[in-house]
Write a protein that binds this ligand. Structure first.
Ligand code: 26V
Length: 817
C-alpha cells in the first residue's frame, strides 16, 4: 500500500478560508461570487467534516489493532439535532471559523441557524441516545450507533388558532452533508414466507420477499475530537428498482411497487410515543434495522476473529428499549442458520452479548405483537422465540418460588395472545437497566416482578445523564465563559469538577455575574418570543418553563390550572405584591392523542385571555412556543429560572430536561419522580421545590380508590378553576370545548391532578417569595449548577461500561490531559 500523507489540518483562519473556498468550488460546485447561504453552509460542513476523518480512521484502526471490545447501541431513535456548532466547538475551531467567515462576508450565526435540526426521535429516549453517542466518543469507547435513516423525522408543529397542526418534516431535502453513503455496505433483509423443515430436521426459512438495507455513516466526535465514532443509519432499498417485465407491459406504477414498499420502511418516524399501535410497518422497521445492524457487526467481528463463540468478549449490544428486542431472536437465527451453532450455544452467546434498557412502565407503551402478525412477518423468529420460551419456562418451573407461569412467559397464551417484547428482551439479556434509581426499583415491584425473582441481580439502575458539551458549554456561552474564568475548563470533560464553583455561591460579586449571564440569556429569549409569537415579555419576570412531549402523565394541565388560579387571584387584587412570571410551554402531542391536543388548545386559550387582559400586565404572561425541538431547547434552557418537573409520581422514568435545566441554573419545582429524587439528594432539599404525592402514595390510591369529586368539593380555588374552564370562560366561542377535560378530572382523575393541586399551588407561592429574594435565589441556583455534575452522560456511560458492557474507560484526568 502506498502511504500518502494528506493534511487538511486547520491552524488558523487562513486555513479555514482556503478550505471553505475549496469546498465551495470543488464539492458544492459554486462560484464564491454567486454563493447563497445554503452553499456556504454546505461548504463549511464539508470542511469541518474533513477535520474528523483522520481521527475517525485512527479510532477505527486502534480498535482493530488493539482488538478492543466494541459497543453497539441499537436505537430506533437518535435525536441529534444540529451538529455543526457542537462539532466545531469539540474540535476547538470556533475562533478561526468565525473569523474566516466574517472575512469571507458570510454570517456564522446565520449559517448555524440554517442547518436542519435532525429530528430522528420523539423525545427523551432519542435524545438520550444522542447524548450517549457524544459521551462514548468523549471517553474513547469504540462504539457504533445503529438506527434508521428516516426520510421524514418527527413532524413539524405549528399552532393554528390555538390548535396543533402537523406538517411533515423533511430534513434531507437540503442534503445531509455530514454523512457518507456506503453503497458497498448493503444487506439482505428477508420478510414473510414460511419455514419448511428438511427431512433431517433442519428448519429453512423461505421468505416471501427480500429487500435491502443500505448504510449511511455520520462521524461523531467527542470532546476535543480525539476519538470519533460512527452513527450508521440504514435506508430501505429494493432488491431491484423496477420490474422490467411489468414496465415493458406498460404497467408503469406496479413496476415500481416493490421499490416503493422497500423505501417505505425508512420513510417515517412513528410520532406516537405513548400507545403501541401494532402496525405491520412498525414491526418491519424494527426487524429491518436490527437485522442489518446484527449482520453488519457479525461481519466486522468475523473479519478479524474466527471463533464465533468468543463473541461476547469482543461485542456488547445495548437495546434502547424493546424497539430492537427482536435482536434476541435474530442473533440466534444468524448464529444457528448462518453460522451453524446449536440453539443452546447460540442462546448463551446471545444472552451474554445483549443487554436491555427499559424507558417506561406505562402499560400502553409496552410492545406486544399479535401472534398472527408476528408469524406472518417473521415466521422463523416466532419458532425461535417459542424455543426460548420453553427453556425459560423450565427455569421458571424449577424455581422454588410459586409463580404464575402464564405471567412470566414470553409468548402470552391467555386472552391477549401475543409476543411480549419486554419479556423477550429481559430473558435474552444478561443485564436489564432502568434509567433512574426509582424507576429500577419500580421495575422490580411491577412489570418485571416475577422475572426479577427468577433472574435476581439482572436488573440494575443506571441513572440517565446529559452531555455537558451541548447542554452547557455550547448552548450557554455567557455561563460557560463565567465558569471557565472562575474554575477553569476541566468541567467540560469531567462535569463533576463543576462542584468547584459551589463556594462562589457565597460571593456577592460572583452572584452578580451569574445573574448577569442568566439575564443575557433571558433577553435573547425575549427577542425570540416577540418575533415568533408576538408576545412581549419582561426579562425581569421569572421564566417558568415546562418543555417536553405533551402527555397527561407529565401534567401540563396541572401547570395551566395553576396559571388560571393565579390569573383570578391577580384580577381580584391587582395591587398586591405579585412576583411577575412568564410561563413558557413547549412540546408536541402525538397526532392521534386527542386529549394532549386539547390541552395545547387550553394553554393557548388561557394565554389569549391572560395576555390581553390589561389588569394583569407583566404580572403573568403565558407563552406556547411552537415546534419545540433540540434547537429551541438550546435557547430556552439557558434562560429558565424555574424548571417544571411535575409528573404523576411513578410515571416519569427519569427525565433528562430536569438535569439540563438544573445545570443551567434553574430551580426545580417537582414531584419525587424519576431522577428528580436523585437531583433532590444532590442539590439538597433546600435548593429544590418538592411537592405532592409520592410514588407509594399513588400506588396506594390505585388500590384503595381515589375520590376526586370530594377533593374538588373541598377546595374553593380548584372548583373555581374547573368551573371556569368547563363553562367556557376561556372559550366563549365554544363553551363546551374543554368539558372533556373537566369531566375527566371529576370522575376519573387517573393522573392525580386534583390530588396534587393544592400542594402544587402552595409550593408555587413559596417559589414566588423565594424569587423575590434575589441574592438567596441566585445562591441556590449556583448550588444547583455546582451540584448536578453527577448527571453527566459521561458518568452514565462509565456506569454502563463497568456494570454492563465490561469495557475499560479512561480516568477523568486522562480525558482532561
Ligand atoms: C415508545 C413507543 C411506543 C410504541 C410506538 C412508538 C414509540 C416510540 C417511542 C417510545 C418511547 C417512549 C419512552 C421514552 O421516551 N421514555 C423516556 O425515556 C427517557 C430517557 O430514558 C426518560 O428520561 C423519560 O423519563 C422517559 O419517558
Amino acid at each position: 500500500a502506498t502511504a500518502v500523507t494528506l493534511s487538511r489540518r486547520i491552524e488558523d483562519a487562513e486555513d479555514v478560508k482556503r478550505l471553505i473556498i475549496e469546498k465551495l468550488k470543488y464539492a458544492v460546485g459554486k462560484d464564491p461570487e454567486h454563493s447563497v447561504r445554503q452553499d456556504w453552509s454546505a461548504a463549511l460542513i464539508l470542511a469541518v467534516r474533513d477535520q474528523l476523518v483522520d481521527h475517525w480512521m485512527a479510532s477505527t484502526r486502534r480498535a482493530y489493532d488493539q482488538d478492543q471490545k466494541r459497543v453497539y447501541y441499537l436505537s430506533m431513535e437518535f435525536l441529534i439535532g444540529r451538529l455543526l456548532k457542537d462539532t466545531i466547538i469539540n474540535l476547538g475551531l470556533e475562533a478561526p471559523v468565525r473569523e474566516a467567515l466574517t472575512e469571507l462576508g458570510a454570517d456564522y450565526d446565520e449559517i448555524l441557524r440554517s442547518e436542519p435540526d435532525a429530528a430522528l426521535g420523539n423525545g427523551g429516549l432519542g435524545r438520550l441516545a444522542a447524548c450517549f453517542l457524544d459521551s462514548m466518543s468523549t471517553l474513547g469507547i469504540p462504539a457504533h450507533g445503529y438506527g434508521i435513516r428516516y426520510e421524514n423525522g418527527l413532524f413539524r408543529q405549528s399552532i393554528r388558532d390555538g390548535w396543533q397542526a402537523e406538517e411533515p418534516e423533511d430534513w434531507l431535502v437540503t442534503g445531509h452533508n455530514w454523512e457518507f453513503e456506503r453503497p458497498e455496505v448493503v444487506y439482505n433483509i428477508p420478510f414473510g414466507g414460511e419455514v419448511i423443515t428438511t427431512p433431517d430436521g433442519k428448519p429453512i426459512w423461505h421468505p416471501a420477499e427480500v429487500m435491502l438495507a443500505a448504510a449511511y455513516d455520520t462521524p461523531i466526535a467527542g470532546w476535543r475530537g480525539r476519538h470519533v465514532n460512527t452513527l450508521r443509519l440504514w435506508a430501505g432499498k429494493p432488491a431491484k428498482r423496477v420490474d422490467l417485465d411489468r414496465f415493458n407491459r406498460g404497467e408503469y406504477l406496479s413496476a415500481m411497487e416493490a421499490a416503493v414498499r422497500a423505501e417505505t420502511v425508512s420513510r417515517i418516524l412513528y410520532p406516537d410515543d405513548t400507545t403501541e399501535e401494532g402496525k405491520n410497518l412498525r414491526l418491519r422497521q424494527e426487524f429491518f434495522f436490527t437485522s442489518a445492524s446484527l449482520q453488519d457487526l457479525l461481519r466486522r467481528y468475523l473479519s478479524s476473529h474466527d471463533d464465533i463463540t468468543k463473541l461476547p468478549e469482543k461485542v456488547a449490544i445495548q437495546l434502547n428499549d424493546t424497539h430492537p428486542a427482536i435482536a434476541v431472536a435474530e442473533l440466534m437465527r444468524l448464529l444457528v442458520d448462518t453460522h451453524g451453532l446449536s440453539m443452546e450455544v447460540a442462546f448463551q452467546l446471545t444472552r451474554n452479548t445483549l443487554s436491555y434498557t427499559n424507558h417506561t412502565l406505562m402499560p400502553e407503551a409496552l410492545e406486544r405483537w399479535s401472534l398472527q402478525l408476528f408469524g406472518s412477518v417473521l415466521p422463523r423468529h416466532l419458532d425461535i422465540i417459542r424455543w426460548i420460551d420453553e427453556q425459560h419456562l423450565r427455569t421458571a418451573a424449577a424455581a422454588k418460588r410459586t409463580l404464575d407461569l402464564e405471567r412470566v412467559r414470553i409468548v402470552d397464551h391467555t386472552n391477549g395472545q401475543g409476543v411480549r417484547m419486554g419479556h423477550l428482551a429481559f430473558v435474552g439479556s444478561h443485564r436489564v437497566n432502568g434509567v433512574s434509581a426509582l424507576h429500577a426499583d419500580l421495575m422490580k415491584q411491577t412489570v418485571f416482578h416475577d422475572l426479577d425473582s427468577l433472574y435476581p441481580s439482572r436488573i440494575l439502575g443506571v441513572t440517565n445523564g446529559v452531555t455537558p458539551r451541548r447542554w452547557l458549554h455550547s448552548c450557554n456561552k455567557p455561563l460557560s465563559d463565567l465558569l471557565i474564568e472562575t474554575i477553569g475548563e476541566d468541567w467540560i470533560g469531567d462535569l463533576e469538577a463543576i462542584e468547584a464553583v459551589a463556594p462562589y455561591a457565597e460571593d456577592a460579586a460572583f452572584r452578580e455575574r451569574f445573574r448577569a449571564a442568566k439575564h443575557e440569556n433571558k433577553c435573547r429569549l425575549v427577542t425570540e418570543i416577540q418575533s415568533r409569537v408576538g408576545i412581549h415579555v419582561s426579562p425581569d419576570a421569572m421564566f417558568d418553563v415546562q418543555i417536553k412531549r405533551m402527555h397527561e402523565y407529565k401534567r401540563q394541565l396541572l401547570n395551566i390550572m395553576e396559571a388560571v388560579a393565579q390569573y383570578f387571584a391577580i384580577r381580584n387584587d391587582p395591587a398586591a405584591d405579585w412576583t411577575p412570571r412568564v410561563k413558557i410551554f413547549g412540546g408536541k402531542a402525538a397526532p392521534g392523542y386527542e386529549m394532549a391536543k386539547l390541552i395545547i388548545k387550553l394553554i393557548n386559550d388561557v394565554a389569549r385571555a391572560v395576555n390581553s387582559d390589561p389588569v394583569v400586565g407583566d404580572r403573568l404572561k403565558i407563552v406556547f412556543l411552537p415546534n419545540y425541538n433540540v434547537s429551541t431547547a438550546e435557547r430556552i434552557i439557558p434562560a429558565a429560572d424555574l424548571s417544571e418537573q411535575i409528573s404523576t409520581a411513578g410515571m416519569e422514568a427519569s427525565g433528562t430536561g430536569n438535569m439540563k435545566l438544573a445545570l443551567n441554573g434553574a430551580l426545580t419545582i417537582g414531584t419525587l419522580d424519576g431522577a428528580n429524587v436523585e437531583i433532590c439528594d444532590r442539590v439538597g432539599r433546600d435548593n429544590i421545590h418538592i411537592f405532592g404525592l409520592t410514588a407509594e402514595d399513588v400506588a396506594n390510591y390505585r388500590v384503595s380508590g381515589y375520590d376526586s369529586r370530594a377533593v374538588i368539593d373541598g377546595n374553593e380555588t380548584l372548583k373555581t378553576v374547573l368551573d371556569a374552564i368547563g363553562s367556557g370562560v376561556f372559550s366563549p366561542e365554544d363553551p363546551n370545548r374543554f368539558r372533556a377535560i373537566v369531566d375527566r378530572l371529576s370522575y376519573d382523575d387517573y393522573f392525580f391532578v386534583t390530588a396534587d393541586f393544592a400542594a402544587y399551588l402552595d409550593e408555587q407561592r413559596k417559589v414566588d417569595r423565594a424569587f423575590m429574594d434575589k441574592e438567596d435565589w441566585t445562591r441556590r441556583t449556583i448550588l444547583n449548577t455546582a451540584r448536578v455534575g453527577w448527571f453527566s452522560a459521561d458518568r452514565a456511560i462509565r456506569d454502563y461500561a463497568r456494570e454492563i458492557w465490561n469495557v475499560e474507560t479512561p480516568s477523568a484526568e486522562e480525558i482532561n490531559q
